[in-house]
Design a protein around this ligand. Structure first.
Ligand code: 13P
Ligand code: SF4
Length: 308
């Protein structure tokens, strides 16, 4: 391929030109590789990016993230072309619940409200009353009048919310993030011993026995904001390594240690400058959603956006 010969600066220049030609915006999740974060117009967590896409006036959204994120952008902006640069960039946790399985669960608990984590398919969102992200899950659950709540698919975020909102009966699903869930408390204990004066900031996708050690629990953006505004100088970061880029860049006077070398999401790492360039030049891969599903899924996302 001829672009194999393009150097990095030439590739960035072409991406910028194509972006203008297509009237496109490039959005990237906090877990994307450094050079993709660098060329993005906006970098953020799932909530910030879904809100940004809903309000963007560009015709094309290039979503550097995983499939459910690009799908959420398309649900909110059906008139726009939403491109996912790497078609195989999925989220294994989102695949741990299907719409059919959720319909069965709803039959067992007809009185319960259904809350789906944004890490879920459009079909699952269409079966849900309201969506949430890791930044607003507690607020979303508190906003509901129902006491019984089916929470899909993340058992760990669900457990965290249950600990914060004890007045609700949270019916957990068995899903989990393959990256966060594998961190063991022993590993956390060790790194805390190595850096006893560091604050531990953890994503709620980690298991409850790991979250128990946290000084602060929040979404990727909340972790980044917390570290930036804190007067503390040392932090252990309990989420995917991609957040280290912004943390180090924005806080050169502070020290950051990743909680575990295993905190890498292979799907988030698939997107490269090359795939962003190809996405814009070939206008692929386009996200399409069945209109009936999209309209029902949109209600769950809109209801979440109203809670904020
Ligand atoms: P955030 O909403 O915190 O960005 O997290 C999304 C995600 O997939 C975490 O693994
Ligand atoms: Fe999915 Fe986990 Fe990757 Fe987030 S970090 S996209 S939850 S696999």
């Amino acid at each position: 391929m001829w672009f194999a010969k393009m150097d990095k600066q030439e590739m960035i220049k072409r991406i910028k030109e194509l972006k203008e030609e297509r009237n496109a915006v490039i959005v990237a999740h906090n877990y994307q590789v450094d050079e993709v974060q660098e060329i993005a117009d906006v970098v953020g967590d799932s909530f910030a990016l879904s809100r940004y896409c809903a309000n963007s006036d560009k015709n094309v959204i290039v979503f550097c993230g995983v499939h459910f994120m690009a799908e959420s952008a398309k649900i909110l902006s059906p008139e726009k072309t939403v491109l996912l640069p790497e078609i195989d960039a999925g989220c294994p946790m989102a695949d741990m619940v299907t719409a059919e399985e959720l319909r069965e669960k709803k039959k067992q608990h007809p009185q319960a409200a259904v809350v789906c984590y944004i890490n879920s398919s459009a079909e699952v969102k269409a079966e849900s009353d309201i969506c949430c992200t890791s930044s607003n899950a507690v607020k979303v659950i508190r906003s509901l009048k129902e006491k019984d709540i089916i929470f899909v698919p993340d058992q760990n975020l669900g457990s965290y919310v249950a600990s914060q909102v004890p007045e609700k009966n949270i019916i957990l699903w068995h899903g989990y993030c393959i990256t966060h869930h594998r961190i063991k408390p022993e590993e956390v204990k060790k790194i805390k011993e190595l850096h006893p004066d560091a604050l531990l900031l953890i994503h709620p996708e980690c298991a409850p026995e790991v979250v128990a050690y946290a000084d602060f629990v929040g979404s990727t953006k909340q972790i980044i904001d917390y570290a930036a505004s804190s007067s503390h100088k040392k932090f252990i970061i309990g989420t995917e390594m991609g957040v280290m880029y912004k943390l180090k860049k924005d806080n050169p006077d502070k020290e950051f240690y990743l909680m575990s070398p295993g905190l890498i999401c292979p799907n988030m790492k698939k997107t490269s400058l090359k795939s962003v360039y190809t996405a814009l030049s070939e206008m692929k891969y386009r996200i399409e959603i069945d209109e009936d599903i999209r309209v029902r899924a949109r209600k769950a996302l809109d209801r979440m956006l109203e809670v904020e």
